[in-house]
Structures are given as C-alpha cells and as structure tokens.
Ligand binder design. Structure first.
Ligand SMILES: *Cc1c(COP(=O)(O)O)cnc(C)c1O
Length: 434
C-alpha cells in the first residue's frame, strides 16, 4: 500500500502540532501506526493524498449521514459564503435551523446554537446547575460528552463516591461535584440518588453510547433515569450529539419514547461544519442570558456557513428520510461482520442501533465500560489495519461506533464484509484457530 505521502505529511504535522493532529481520536493511537492524510471525499468514499480510495465508516465521527460532499449541502454552503461568512448579528437562517430542531426533537421547545458538542454539554450543565441551584452532576463511565473539565472524570473507589480527575489540568475542585456510575446499572443509580439526591442537579448520558463502542441502553435503565430524576427534581440531560438525527430523525428519545429535560446536539445538525445546540423545556431555557441570568455566549454561534450546512442536511433528512435504507444497509453490515467472525471462530459480539454499530472482540454482550474495556484491542488493531489494506476505513479504536451513511450502496457493504472475512480468517489462522 502506498503511504509515502501520508508519512511525509505526518512527519511535518508532528513538528507543528501535538501528536501531529488537532484531535487525538484521529491519531490512530489505539491501533498503532500513522494516520492517513485525506485529500478529499465524495459520497461513501475517502481519498487519501497517496491516491487510495477507502469506503468510509467514520463519516467525520458522525456528521456525514448523507455521505461526503452532498451536492445540496455544498450548494447551500457556497451560496451562504458568497453573502458573507460571519456578521455577529442575528440572521433568519438561525431561526430556520432552530425551527427544524424543535419540530424534530420531541422534548425541545427552545434551543440555543453553539459551535461544538463540547460547548453544548458544557452549557447544558451550567444551565442545569443554575436552574436547580444544585452542584452535583451524574455521568456514566465510558460515556463521552466532549472535553468539559467537570466531565473528564474517572469513577471513585465505590459507585457512590465522587469522581477523580482523569486528565492532568482538571482540578480536584472541578470534579468533586461529579459522580461517575456504570451504564445500565439501575441499582447504582438508585443508590446515588438515595445518598446524594438533594444535591444532584442533573444526570447526563448517551441514550445509545457511541463512545465506548456502540452500547445499547436497557429499558429498565431508561425508565430509572426518567423516574429518579423526576422524583428528585434533578434534570435529565440526554446527550444526543451523536444519536440526534442519526438513530432516528427525532433522535434516540423519539426512538425509545421519553422526554428529557435538556437535550444536547451536534455533529449532524452542522452537516459537517462546526455546530452544536442545546435545548429543552421553555421554562428551563428561559434561564439562559439574556432572558435569564445563566451566562453563555459565542462570537461565531449561529454562523451563516454552519447553519446553511445544517439546514440543508436536516431538510434533506426530513423530506427524503434515509432511515429505512440506513437500517437495511447497517443490518447487512452487522450480520456480515457477525457471520465472518463466527466462521473464523473469533470470540465477538456485535451491537447496533440503526446506522451505529460495533464489532467487539469479546465473547459477551457489552452493557457497560467494564465489559467494553476488556475487549481484545490487539486483535482489533490487526482487524483495523487488515481492512485499511483492503480499502475500508473503520474508526481507529475498538471503543468507537462505526457509521453507515445514505451514500453507502449494497456493493460497498458487501466489499467490506468480504474484506472483513479475509482479515478475520487470517487473524484466526495466526492465532491457531481460536
Ligand atoms: C462527539 C460528541 C461530543 C463532543 O462533540 P464535539 O463537537 O467533538 O465537541 C459530545 N457528546 C457526544 C455523545 C459525542 O459523541
């Protein structure tokens, strides 16, 4: 495989940026080796600077549900750019995107646009604390909500103790108000509310986890989240940055049928440009400045190019819903990978909700971070590089969900399944058949 171009580009980038990247997830740290530098993308394909084509299952880590360089999105961005790239004053396009979000997501009555998912979750937490007058936030191990200080926290020594920082630079003071529990653990959640109920401002969670690989919530867990937050007058923050407009047009909350107090969005709502959003009941959103006194602002928030890309993407998803096709293609991929791993005799499990899925190299269902973490990451690395050599670009970590887009054709999926069967067969042979 030709990689001289990427190798040289990476050598240069490493001189200039920490690790040669602007976000660690793209550095291939979980699989070893060097990242592939991209020249351009179209539909389901990425093209690297060495001229190789890959069927892309990363989709910029979620936003590209319509496929890359979708003509309607590109046209909308070009049109907006010609009219000026930023005004720092209101535009009608912001109301248009807000309207699309409010119409789509059942629990959102009012929304504020920001520039990233991180900003959305950070702002939602501040609002929840401002609204309730309480300090403690509950999060779940393995759920990722962006690089918000108070959420970069590892679990304490027991389930109901407060968290400890898991990045240098995050102060103990910041994290002492964060409680880290195991996902899908109803008893743990009940214990936390028993012990700290009056201090809990909010529970934030991924309604389908993408950030420890794809992990599906149990109905009992969703019921407990809804019931306990209501009973203790804490807010439920549903982080749909990944799942919003992905697992269903109205997000995971419309798929599973519940109404959180606050919802955070990002990724697809920006159509591949930097956008985030947080919204919820009007009564709560009313507390955001300038209507209320919870501070939150942004020079580029509601940016004309970003809102144009978001509007074009959401309109397309609303008017020509790809969800049935996405379901079909994703099932084809999930079943194909499952079958290939079974034939190779490799212990595995596949988790999927709509067009989010993960092949875990572990022999049991993944319900939380403790299980996910014990997957065979060395095996995953071999699988990843085998697929790269055969032209399929998967997320470079066992702990990330892959995404299927509306641009993937059955032939693309079949090619990837074929490649996976070859790679898993080779891995199995090297491992002596087990
Ligand atoms: C990606 C992601 C974020 C962070 O969004 P950024 O735009 O990367 O800041 C937050 N929450 C979830 C669930 C995500 O998947």
């Amino acid at each position: 495989m030709k990689s001289e171009g990427s190798h040289a580009a990476f050598a240069r980038a490493r001189q200039l940026m920490p690790g040669g990247v602007n976000s660690p997830a793209r550095a291939f740290g979980g699989v070893g080796g060097e990242p592939i530098f991209i020249d351009h993308a179209e539909g389901a394909y990425l093209f690297d600077i060495d001229g190789q084509r890959y069927i892309d299952y990363v989709g910029s880590w979620g936003p590209m549900i319509l496929g890359h360089a979708h003509p309607e999105v590109i046209a909308a961005v070009e049109k907006a750019a010609a009219r000026g790239t930023s005004f720092g004053a209101p535009t009608e396009a912001e109301s248009e995107l807000a309207e699309l979000i409010i119409e789509a997501v059942p629990s959102v009555e009012k929304v504020r646009l920001v520039n990233s998912g991180t900003e959305a979750t950070m702002s939602a937490l501040r609002l929840a604390r401002g609204f309730t007058g309480r300090d403690v936030v509950v999060k779940f191990a393995g759920n990722y909500h962006g690089h918000v200080d108070s959420l970069l926290v590892a679990a304490g020594s027991s389930a109901a103790t407060l968290g400890v920082p898991n990045s240098p630079g995050v102060t103990a003071g910041t994290t002492k108000d964060t409680l880290v529990l195991q996902y899908n653990d109803v008893a743990g959640l009940e214990r936390a509310f028993d012990e700290h109920g009056k201090r809990i401002a909010a529970v934030i969670f991924e309604p389908v986890v993408g950030n420890m690989g794809c992990v599906v919530p149990t109905q009992a867990f969703l019921d407990a989240l809804n019931g306990l937050t209501k009973r203790h007058k804490a807010l439920l923050i549903c982080d749909e940055v990944m799942t919003g407009f992905r697992v269903a047009y109205g997000g995971a909350q419309s798929l599973f049928g519940f109404e959180p107090d606050l919802t955070t969005l990002g990724k697809i709502v920006g159509g591949g440009l930097p956008v985030g959003a947080y919204g919820g009941r009007a009564e709560i959103m009313h507390h955001v400045l300038p209507e209320g006194d919870v501070f939150q602002a942004g020079t580029l928030s509601g940016n004309p190019l970003a809102t144009a890309a978001g509007i074009a993407t959401l309109r397309r998803l609303r008017d020509e819903p790809p969800y049935a096709t996405l379901e079909e293609r994703s099932r084809q991929l999930a079943e194909g990978l499952d079958d290939a791993a079974t034939r190779a005799g490799i212990p595995h499990t596949v988790a999927r909700v709509g067009s989010m899925l993960t092949l875990f190299f572990i022999d049991r269902a993944v319900v939380d971070w403790t299980v996910s973490e014990s997957s065979d990451t060395a095996r995953f690395a071999k699988y990843f590089w085998g697929l790269i050599e055969r032209g399929s670009y998967m997320p470079c970590s066992q702990f990330e969900a892959l995404f299927v887009s509306a641009a993937h054709r059955p032939e693309d999926i079949a090619a990837t399944v074929q490649a996976a069967a070859e790679v898993l067969g080779e891995i199995s042979a090297h491992a002596g058949g087990n």
